[in-house]
Design a protein around this ligand. Structure first.
Ligand code: ADP
Length: 562
């Protein structure tokens, strides 16, 4: 910048000085010429005044200088000339411009080339009375004589010009140095801005405009510095939070390069912080993880899956950052949860097994007691024991079914007719249907592929609930729809219904809307949990519509047809 600024300045000054010099020379030469013309006119006037027709004409024109004096008759014939020429041989001068001008009484000086003397001359002529006529007195001065003045003063002019140029060089260099120094201070200072070390620019009184700019830069820099401070603070806070989160967090870009990784993720993958900006392959070769990140950055596809890393189970969430081709991977360690859930399930299954055997024995002994005892007051207690043991047995059976569903790995599917299963399930509720005088309707049929026991459990539980929570003389309808996209099972009743608050909870284990009511109706609180588990196992959709006091409709959508 310094060199260029210096060169530009010098160039401008040089062009200016040369133009000024040329203009000066031109003006001086024009002035000289005008002065010479005026001098020629004055000389001519003096000669015209001195002219005497009676005097010797040749003595009149004679002079020692460079001035040429010519006397021309009114006919244009040269009468006398101070240059030793053959006057008679000279051609007629009437058509010479200075003679024409003098003849028309408007004398004018002219510069022209003299064929006689072979030089440029300034000519001026005046008309002078002579006898009963007139003659022309003409004076001519060589132009070279005038130019000589200029050539004499030219070396001095060039010398002055050179001194001015040298002076300008020093002055420009000083000015450029000062400006450049100021700007280099500014640029160095701006570099310190992000580190929060910006210093105010010292004010240089010489350039008010530059001071104005530096003041503005200082103001903007101050604002930027404050913003940097705030951003840095926020960044540090965020870094602290990120590094103290128990979950592992990793951000990858579209090339699968790691943009950010927190302390938890570093220890999960057993890598060091210099992994940042390296490829995801450096932390894991797992195809599911890498594929999920690729799909997320390229197709904005979010993912949720489990992954076992170094013996621990992690729930992985892959989400795309809005407006950026970045995938955020969150790794939550769920090993503890999974293990305790597994322990709970094992306990659930073992306890159910252990309880089932003594209960079956109690039931058997109770039946034997009932056979041998006709006493009415004792029979009341025996019936009570029978009811409670039956309820406990069905509870244990449901618990075992649920635990079996949770642990099932083997699904050997078969084609199952839904209408057939609905009819089988009806057997289980037929007594209650007739006791409650329920209108029971079955309509349609459809085939689904699943383990038949699972279909039976699902339909039986839903029909049992519809009948169980129907009022006396109510209506239960089972509809199987077979549309182009899927097979639907719709079980509806006009029974007691479920309030909106309860609708979200009835699929939880042991949740019953009103324990005493459900207890009386013989429910275990596990029916809908079993239904939910079966649907989840096959990825079927389960939906519920219910209104308190109006009725309930539960729909199962058995997959989407291809
Ligand atoms: P339960 O064995 O008690 O019926 P479920 O898990 O099958 O247990 O149902 C949970 C609760 O949901 C029931 O206790 C009941 O209050 C409510 N419920 C289920 N189906 C219906 C229905 N068709 N009408 C009204 N309430 C129902």
């Amino acid at each position: 910048m310094k060199k260029r600024l210096f060169a530009y300045n010098i160039l401008i000054i040089l062009v200016g000085l040369v133009c000024f010099f040329a203009a000066s020379v031109y003006i001086t030469s024009v002035n000289n010429l005008n002065f010479a013309k005026d001098t020629v006119k004055e000389i001519t006037q003096i000669y015209a005044g001195l002219y005497d027709e009676r005097a010797d004409i040749f003595s009149f024109v004679k002079n020692d200088g460079d001035i040429r004096i010519t006397v021309i008759s009114k006919n244009g014939a040269v009468l006398a000339d101070n240059h030793p020429l053959d006057v008679a041989a000279l051609e007629n001068h009437l058509n010479r411009p200075e003679i024409k001008a003098a003849d028309s009484d408007s004398p004018e000086a002219y510069i022209r080339y003299s064929n006689t003397l072979s030089v440029n001359l300034i000519y001026y002529a005046l008309k002078v009375n002579s006898g009963d006529g007139y003659v022309f007195i003409r004076v001519a001065v060589p132009v070279a004589k005038i130019d000589a003045y200029l050539s004499e003063s030219l070396p001095f002019l060039i010398f002055s010009l050179l001194i001015i140029i040298v002076f300008c060089l020093f002055l420009t260099r000083g000015t450029v140095n000062r400006i450049v120094k100021l700007f280099s201070f500014l640029s160095q200072n701006l570099r310190l801005l992000s580190a929060g070390e910006y210093k105010f620019t010292p004010v240089d009184g010489s350039y008010e405009e530059i001071n104005e700019i530096t003041r503005e830069i200082d103001e903007v820099a101050l604002i930027l510095q404050n913003n940097f401070y705030e951003l840095n603070n926020e960044k540090n806070k965020l870094k602290y939070i990120l590094n103290n989160i128990a979950d592992g967090i990793l951000v990858a870009d579209e090339n699968k390069n790691i943009v950010l990784i927190n302390s938890a993720a570093l220890s999960i993958f057993n890598v060091t912080p210099d992994i940042t900006h390296k490829n995801l392959n450096y932390v894991s070769y797992d195809k599911t993880l890498i594929g999920a990140v690729e799909d997320c950055v390229n197709f904005a596809k979010n993912a949720l899956f489990e992954l076992t890393l170094n013996g621990n189970i992690f729930l992985i969430t892959v989400k795309r950052l809005p407006d950026a081709k970045l995938a955020i991977v969150v790794l939550s360690d769920v090993t503890e949860n999974r293990e305790s859930a597994k322990r709970r399930e094992e306990f659930f299954a073992n306890a159910s097994h252990e309880l089932k055997t003594p209960l079956t024995a109690i039931k058997g002994f109770n039946e034997l007691t009932a056979l041998n005892n006709k006493d009415e007051s004792i029979r009341k207690y025996i019936d009570s024991i029978t009811r409670e043991t039956d309820r406990m047995l069905s509870l244990i059976c449901d618990m075992l079914k649920l635990s079996e569903l949770e642990n099932t790995q083997d699904i050997t599917p078969a084609s199952v007719s839904l209408a057939k299963v609905v009819n089988e399930a009806y057997e289980a509720v037929s007594i209650v249907v007739s006791e409650k005088s329920i209108i029971y309707e079955i309509d349609g049929d459809g085939t689904v592929t699943a383990k038949p026991e699972h279909i039976y459990e699902l339909i039986k539980n839903l029909i049992e609930n519809a009948v169980r929570y129907s009022n006396q003389g109510g209506k239960v309808s089972v509809k199987i729809e077979n549309n182009k996209k899927a097979v639907l099972l719709i079980i509806s009743d006009n029974g007691i219904g479920i309030s909106p608050d309860e609708q979200t909870r009835i699929f939880e284990r042991f949740y019953r809307v009103e324990r005493s009511r459900s207890g009386r109706s013989g429910g275990t609180g596990l029916g809908l949990s079993i239904v939910k588990h079966i649907c989840a196992l096959y990825d079927w959709k389960l939906s519920l519509k219910s209104k308190l006091g109006v009725g309930t409709e539960i729909t199962v959508i058995f997959g989407v047809k291809q």
